[in-house]
Design a protein around this ligand. Sequence first.
Ligand SMILES: *[C@@H]1O[C@H](CO)[C@@H](O)[C@H](O)[C@H]1NC(C)=O
Ligand SMILES: *[C@@H]1O[C@H](CO)[C@@H](O)[C@H](O)[C@H]1NC(C)=O
Ligand SMILES: *[C@@H]1O[C@H](CO)[C@@H](O)[C@H](O)[C@H]1NC(C)=O
Length: 488
Amino acid sequence: MSAAAVVAFLAAAVVLSAPRGAEAAVGVNWGTVSAHRMPAPVVVDLLRANRIGRVKLFDADPATLSALAGSGVQVMVGITNEMLAAIAASPPAADAWVAHNVSRYVVGRGGGADIRYIAVGNEPFLTSYQGQFQSYVLPATTNIQQSLLILQGIKLVVPCNADAYQSASVPSQGMFRPDLIQIVTQLTAFLSSTGAPFMVNIYPFLSLYQSSDFPQDYAFFDGSSHPVVDGLNVYYNAFDGNFDTLVSALSKIGYGQLPIAIGEVGWPTEGAPSANLTAARAFTQGLISHVSSNKGTPLRPGVPPIDVYLFSLLDEGQKSILPGNFERHWGLFSFDGQAKYPLNLGLGNPILKNAKDVPYLPPRWCVANPGQNLENVENHLKLACTMADCTTLYYGGSCNAIGEKGNISYAFNSYYQLQKQDAKSCDFDGLGMITYLDPSIGDCRFLVGIDDSRTSAIYSSSDCSGMRFRLWILAFLVIGCIHIGVYL
Ligand SMILES: *[C@@H]1O[C@H](CO)[C@@H](O)[C@H](O)[C@H]1NC(C)=O
Ligand SMILES: *[C@@H]1O[C@H](CO)[C@@H](O)[C@H](O)[C@H]1NC(C)=O
Ligand SMILES: *[C@@H]1O[C@H](CO)[C@@H](O)[C@H](O)[C@H]1NC(C)=O
């Protein structure tokens, strides 16, 4: 065999012997706070086309779990914070949750869903929740663990925001918040006994966004002119600094060796000055190279996090913008599965592949009628943009420079698409007009919604997502469906 043939043979052997869909340390968060949801099977195909082998969900949506069955994708399902009290209070409630949201998918036909983890709450210790979920976490975890006994191998984790421990000036000073020490110590003992990792969400973007003296290059992975010197250890990026702050905090409660998984990490593409495509690409690609180099951190040399779930797979246009307009723009892909920037996930494809067979509504848009005087448009705009997503119109957004009339058209169209192109929703007292010519300008895309009429029927009434379809007017107020972060 020639050298080239040997290389080709070895490459083929590696591909053949790699277990399908397994051992990919990089996964994604799949959130669904969107008015334009692609059908779950289309999203699962998108995951598979990109060889993404792990997905983290925020709930246990039936359509999502059914679509994941037999896909080979490893799944983390989530218990929402709002359910913790009931599950903490009652072993039968925990049994019901597991039976309804885990067991029936695991043993489904065609292989079932490969559920590996259950997230008990989502950032339940967040300071801004003022302790309202704190006391439920351990009892809920214990009850769910009891309910799971027959389902060996499914592990429980509690995704934490870094505000559970942050505020240290250098990583070695890391310690958990005093009000959490006792709970986290018990939780960590539990995680350790079950072989589960400590799961933390890390957001250098938010550090940069929230603090004007945060050195920009420290948020990325290309070295920093402002490294953090901590005794003999030097930190060149915020990710490692944050990670080792957690390692220090864990050491102080006696669990310095506990594996760590990253529940969320990412960079938004618009909605703030440092949220843009270039920065998102640099951060995400840098992160992937960094964790796949297996370098680890000064306190854990050679030991990278066991899993890293990127935040996020898709843009979610109905997320609360309380933290900032960027909240709706965390996706690697737009809401309809179109890659926003070239990215090598390290999973086999050199760049991202777009979603296929997306069931769009017909190609038509609602715009401002050029023949009308638009003086009295203010209230219409307010209504449209309260309901629909207009965040791209603002500073740092892709549609910020389309002019006043463009703004009005954009808002009208967002509302019209939200209303699934109901002709009445483009009226605006005669100021709106339906067009068949795509009004998109440059980078500013006027969206066409997704036809989800075939999938929305199967959501159950008790389910957060189903509720969102009916009560979409209130969607941004339904805390249970919203991932609000006050990140430190
Ligand atoms: C299953 O999870 C959903 C949310 O994902 C929740 O609304 C529902 O109540 C859960 N079922 C049970 C029986 O707890
Ligand atoms: C994108 O964000 C980065 C990081 O904050 C910033 O340095 C850069 O100037 C931004 N680029 C544009 C075009 O705004
Ligand atoms: C369009 O709307 C955005 C957001 O309100 C605003 O920043 C921008 O100045 C508007 N453009 C014009 C020309 O009015």
